[in-house]
Design a protein around this ligand. Structure first.
Ligand SMILES: O=C(O)[C@@H](O)[C@H](O)[C@H](O)C(=O)CO
Length: 494
């Protein structure tokens, strides 16, 4: 294997030894007297470890001809994190644009790194929600391992983040922090009262009067008697709107403060704390955004980013749905509020929102956080549609059969009946499904059911063949991500 490393050093990587399928030349790394090189063998990816020293001694693996062949295990990742700090996640703060590149499969990060390297934006490679972990059967340890090994494989030393996404429960927050996650996205949707939206003005007024007088007068003094002054934002409170927003968000603001005081302030390391109020039925008006932000600042809560629920629809895996002129008007205010309170605007369900990306880049002056996840899964599905039509057809049919079940997890307005029947589509045309919104959402929200489906004998219905196909087509998948996520970045002005 030492000859292999010498061949890589000499730029003659074609001198593969028999059992090595692929050499990741960017992974060649020297740590003291230890040299590392990642390869893919018929048994999967391995680290070739040669030389001597602490890293050589600590990495677990099999000695072959005096060299060590180390598997990409969780234990080995932790050791590599100690010797190569850039392979551990970091917080980024508010002064650099960041992009969440959720990888539900654990194999997309190399393509993400190839896409983002050298651009004025940093990747949050290890971004998964608890919902995604439940649907894929993965753990946060798996998520961190996959991202760290991708960073090593690609020789990416610019830093990456790890986002415990859409966390609602304290035990999940503790879990993510214990593992070293560097971003926490606090999902406040269960503390936001969406019933208020459907109440009459009289019902709102009556409910509002039930609040403590001291609380009501404090809000009224701060938002009715004091005009907010946010350059670039158009804000106009009315007594009715204030009552509604207080009833909708007051409990959520208390929740944000409580979590901040218990988990963020007490940390001995930097963590990017994001507030998510996007996954609610209630669109976040600029006035409501300002109220939440102003209350947080008044309570000493410092945040990295805020994810409002924009007007219109930010549905999974498809472009923006709604009045773009209204979106632009409100975006201008949302962005101005974020600047005023010195945090970044966070765009959730950022996958494929091509029609509004230029506006987002413009109004945030290129300083934003944007989250993607589903679109990266769909790029993997696109590869299957291209190279393994039989598997794609089986997955597509399974998704159709289980779509209603999947709508419990994600809000979509998919028209299943608008999807061209499989029988009418040739193998060559199967990738076209990834260009059609309804088919995209069909495959998007059924990802968990597809990946965890089991046959009667307990074998995995799709996952084994799916991952083998993607392993065989590693370069095709990375190219697809470079193209598709590259288009996201280009339209965002990056
Ligand atoms: O699917 C999920 O739970 C996450 O990917 C979530 O949607 C994430 O916060 C996001 O907005 C990705 O675009």
């Amino acid at each position: 294997m030492n000859a292999l490393i010498e061949a890589v050093r000499a730029g003659k990587v074609n001198d593969f030894s028999s059992e090595v399928i692929k050499v990741y030349t960017s992974s060649l790394t020297q740590v003291g007297d230890t040299t590392l090189l990642m390869v893919r063998t018929t048994e999967g990816k391995r680290l070739i470890v040669v030389g001597s020293g602490e890293l050589f001694d600590q990495l677990q693996g099999e000695i072959v001809d005096g060299e060590k062949v180390a598997p990409l295990t969780h234990e080995n990742r932790l050791i590599i994190n100690q010797f190569l700090p850039y392979t551990a996640p970091q917080a980024f703060g508010t002064q650099v644009a960041t992009m969440g590149l959720g990888d539900r499969l654990g194999i997309a990060s190399p393509g993400h790194i190839q896409t983002i390297r050298g651009k004025d934006i940093r990747p949050v490679l290890a971004q998964q929600s608890i919902r995604e972990l439940a649907l894929t059967g993965r753990t946060y340890e798996d998520v961190l391992d996959a991202a760290a090994y991708a960073v090593l494989q690609e020789g990416y030393t610019d830093g990456y983040g790890a986002d415990g996404d859409h966390l609602k429960k304290e035990e999940d927050i503790e879990y993510a922090l214990r593992l070293g996650f560097t971003m926490l996205t606090l999902d406040c949707s269960e503390n936001i009262d969406n019933t208020i939206e459907s109440m009459s003005e009289a019902e709102i007024a009556a409910k509002y009067e039930l609040l403590p007088a001291s609380l009501r007068s404090r809000y009224e003094e701060r938002y009715l008697q004091t005009a907010p002054n946010v350059p670039g934002a158009t804000l106009a409170y009315t007594a009715e709107a204030l009552k509604k927003d207080v009833l909708i968000y007051d409990a959520a603001i208390n929740f944000m403060e409580a979590i901040y005081r218990k988990y963020i302030v007490t940390l001995d390391r930097a963590v990017d704390f994001e507030i998510s109020i996007d996954e609610t039925a209630t669109p976040t008006s600029p006035e409501a955004h300002y109220l939440v932000a102003n209350e947080l600042r008044d309570r000493g809560v410092t945040i990295f980013s805020m994810a409002p629920r924009f007007c219109g629809e930010f549905q999974k895996g498809i472009d923006y749905i709604g009045d773009i002129a209204q979106f632009e008007r409100e975006l201008a205010s949302h962005a101005a509020i974020a600047v005023h309170f010195e945090y970044k605007l966070s765009i959730h369900s950022g996958s494929d929102k091509f029609s509004v990306f230029p506006l987002i880049g413009q109004y945030t002056n290129g300083l934003f956080h944007i989250k993607t996840a589903g679109t990266n899964w769909l790029e993997a599905v696109r590869v299957v549609a291209k190279v393994n039509p039989t598997l794609y057809r089986r997955m597509h049919q399974f998704a159709l059969d289980h779509f209603v079940e999947a709508t419990a997890y994600y809000h979509v307005t998919t028209d299943i009946n608008a999807i061209v029947p499989l029988s009418d589509v040739s193998d060559a045309q199967l990738p076209d499904y990834m260009e059609e919104n309804n088919a995209r959402q069909l495959l998007h929200i059924t990802y968990g059911l597809l990946l965890q489906a089991k046959n009667e004998d307990g074998s995995r219905t799709f996952a084994d063949e799916f991952f083998q196909t993607l392993a065989d087509q590693e370069d095709t998948f990375a190219e697809g991500l470079r193209h598709h996520i590259g288009r996201h970045l280009e339209l965002l002005g990056k």
